[in-house]
Design a protein around this ligand. Sequence first.
Ligand SMILES: [Zn+2]
Length: 257
Amino acid sequence: MLIALWAVLGLVFGSFGTVAAYRIPKRESLATPSRSYCPNCSTTIRAAQNIPVVSFLVQRGKCRHCGERISPRYPLTELITAVLFALSAWRFGFSTELFVYPAFFWTLVVLSVIDLEHRLLPNRVVYPLFLIGWAALAIAAFAASEPERLYDALLGMAVFGGFFFLIAFLFPAGMGGGDVKLSFVLGTFLGYAGGIGFVVVGMFLAFLLGGVVGIAIMVMKGGDRKTMVPFGPFLATGAAIATFWGQGLIDLYLDRI
Ligand SMILES: [Zn+2]
C-alpha cells in the first residue's frame, strides 16, 4: 500500500522533475509559468494532458498542438522517479528516511538529466542539496534517537568526497568539479544509510558502470575522450543501488572471499 502510494507520488514529482531539469539550466523560474509548456511551440499543456507517462502514451509521444515529437526522456524520467520512490518505501518503511531519501533521489534524477544534456552539475542544485540534505539527516537522526548515524554520514562524506577530490587533483582532465562536489553529498547520504560499506559499494558501482558504458560508447562510436559520457548519472545510479541493495552486495562479496 505504502509502496504503491509512493510510486504514484514519484510519478507526480517526476513530472515536476522534468520541468525542473528543463528550466534550471535556462535559469527560468520553477514556479511561473506554473503549467508545463511544449518546448517547440510554447503551447501551455493543459492539466488533463499532463498526466505523467499516460499522456505521453495517449498522444503517442507528440505535442497535441504542433505535432512535434516529445522526447521519451520525459516519461522515462517520471518512471525512474516513481521506481526510486517505490524502492524507498520498500527499503525504509514508514520513517523519516521515507521522506528524506526520495527527495535526495529526486534531486539526483534532476541532476542526471541536466548532466546528460548540458554536461554540468549546477552549483544551484548541488549546494542546496548538500545543506538541506545535512539538515534533513540531522532531523532524521534525532527523530530516530540515532545521532551516532551522523558520524557515519560525516565519515562517508570524507571518504567519498575525499577520494574524488584526490582523483580530480591527480587527473584534472578526468573529472569535473561538479562530480567532486556531488560526491561529498553522495558520501553523506550513503554513510547515513549504511555506513562506510555502502560508501565503498556506491563508489565502486559508479566507476564500474561509468567505465563499462564509457568503453562501450567509445567502441561503438569510435570516439575519443571528447565524446566521453558525463559521470553524474553513474554517480547517481551507484548511490541508488548502494542505498537499496548495499547490504546484499556486501554480503555477496564477503561470502565469495
Ligand atoms: Zn508543441
